[in-house]
Design a protein around this ligand. Structure first.
Ligand code: NAD
Length: 484
């Protein structure tokens, strides 16, 4: 199959490379000419496992890059749209990038095409896309539109694409169904997985990728509802963690108890500093706006966002309480990316927290294995510096903060860390350690939804109020809980 993928970002580039990997002829398009030039040289602009080797494998063979939408459309049977759909000022999805691409696709349709929205869009966007293509000169008999939302996660994007939990195809005519089934056939038949060069699956896989066939509107709803549900799970467990913290329970044990109910399951029950990234925050707000446009007040989604925003402020409050004041304090920070395995800092809780700490006068020395180049473009302060590794970040600091769940942050040499820190204080927004283990290493360890780990010899100077720091009912009444 000849495929064009319009937009070469996290989703577009991974999709283009993986479509080549499963045997298709692909043209990947972007209007960022510097990005296209770098990709043509074989340089991968994002941090994503397996992407460099797959790009090398297919570049110049089944995979080409271009800045021309018209050329890519003319030389393809299927055209995937994978441009950004950011949040607008009103909370709705801003579809102007999709619309701009649609204008260009329309004038390039001279033979049968399937135009597929892969970007995350509100329900009924397929209808608008079809109308826009028609209005801009695409002959009605020569094209169909379909929805094929993407569920990959940054950090594991390539394996998520090649070994999906499900492929959702929202198509309202037989031409679209047949074409999309053919595109994904190497995954749905399992043929790809038997090939010697196949990218290995990191866990268990049942041999064939399931494909869910539905209407375009249902597919669009599946994507928004999935992301909103996952965000809700995170906000729910963070709210429970706050109660756990207030009463002295252990959120990890609570999660194990909740998650062992097969109706709930253990995944996505990690208490922390909240969700971030380019999808959940905007998709929850966009889905909330979609509901409002349909005349339904989906207040639950507003709460999901509110709890998430509050979680970052609670963390800053916790740092402030652990250190008494922040002005002039030197803080080591581990993590900038919104999650491990990626260099993406869009809506990262770590960025918001670092900004709040800088605003309060702290000096921040931060380390992240992949996201520093992106952070340098987003953060600027003469009190912010970048460390070479975790120990360099911790050196002579008043406290060390953990803000991203990179695996390497979960296996630090604790005696070395204690020697380097000015005060042995770790404040972990990702619950990477057992409090008792940190305490045994002589470190005061604050985490989310659990009692503070306190070394025996410090139990007299770390008071229970410093350990628990619940946001009290009075804080809420006075509005203090929402002050950063
Ligand atoms: P991104 O910002 O990384 O990439 C978008 C790309 O589109 C950019 O390279 C940009 O230059 C390009 N672009 C914009 N306008 C263009 C135009 N007119 N012509 C050609 N190229 C153009 O975005 P992303 O993270 O890949 O997300 C894309 C879509 O996929 C969004 O709707 C997002 O919600 C959805 N999505 C993202 C993820 C994720 O984890 N990032 C997962 C699933 C779905």
């Amino acid at each position: 199959m000849r495929i064009a993928v319009i937009g070469s970002g996290y989703v577009g580039l991974v999709s283009a490379v993986c479509f080549s990997e499963i045997g298709h002829e692909v043209i990947s398009v972007d209007n960022d000419s510097a990005k296209i030039a770098a990709l043509e040289r074989g340089e991968v602009p994002i941090h994503e496992r397996f992407l460099p080797e797959l790009l090398q494998r297919h570049l110049g063979g089944r995979l080409r890059f271009s800045s021309s939408i018209a050329q890519a459309v003319q030389e393809s049977d299927a055209v995937f749209i994978t441009v950004g759909t950011p949040q607008s000022e009103t909370g709705e999805a801003d579809l102007s990038f999709v619309e701009a691409v649609a204008y260009e696709i329309a004038s390039a349709i001279h033979s049968p095409k399937l135009v597929i929205e892969k970007s995350t869009v509100p329900v009924s966007t397929c209808e608008s896309l079809r109308k826009t293509l028609l209005l801009n000169g695409a002959p009605s008999g020569l094209f169909s539109v379909a929805s094929n939302p993407e569920f990959l996660r940054e950090g594991t994007a390539v394996t998520d694409f090649l070994y999906p939990d499900r492929i959702v195809v929202g198509a309202d005519d037989q031409f679209s169904v047949a074409l999309l089934q053919a595109i994904y056939q190497p995954l749905t038949s399992g043929d790809y997985y038997t090939q010697s060069h196949a990218i290995p699956h990191p866990g268990q896989f049942h041999g064939k990728a399931p494909l869910i066939l539905t209407t375009a509107k249902s597919a669009e709803l599946i994507k928004h509802a999935s992301n909103a549900f996952l965000a809700m799970k995170i906000s729910f467990i963070n709210a429970v963690a706050n109660i756990s913290e207030a009463v002295g329970a252990d959120i990890q044990q609570v999660c194990a108890g909740i998650g062992s109910d097969s109706r709930i399951g253990p995944k996505f029950l990690n208490a922390g500093i909240g969700y971030g990234g380019s999808c959940f925050p905007k998709d929850v707000r966009a889905f909330h706006a979609v509901a409002a446009q349909c005349g339904y007040d989906f207040g639950l989604l507003g709460e999901v966002t509110r709890i998430n925003d509050e979680q970052r402020r609670r963390f800053v409050k916790r740092v402030r309480s652990a250190l008494w004041t922040l002005r002039g304090k030197r803080l080591g920070v581990l993590g900038l990316a919104f999650k491990d395995g990626t260099d993406d800092i869009r809506e990262s809780p770590a960025i918001g927290i670092i900004e709040a700490l800088l605003k309060e006068g702290a000096h921040v020395r931060v380390y992240d294995p992949a996201a520093v180049p992106n952070a340098k473009k987003a953060l600027s302060s003469d009190r912010l510096s970048y460390a070479d590794d975790s120990y360099d970040a911790a050196d002579a600091c008043d406290a060390l903060l953990i803000l991203t769940e990179w695996k390497e942050f979960a296996s630090l040499d604790l005696p070395r860390l204690k020697r380097l820190l000015k005060y042995p204080i770790v404040i972990d927004g990702r619950n990477l350690y057992e409090p008792s283990r940190m305490a045994s290493a002589g470190i005061i360890y604050h985490s989310i939804g659990r009692a503070t780990g306190v070394p025996d010899h410090l139990s007299e100077i770390v008071q229970p109020t410093e350990m628990e720091l619940p946001v009290t009912a009075r804080d809420f009444a006075s509005g203090a809980a929402s002050a950063s």
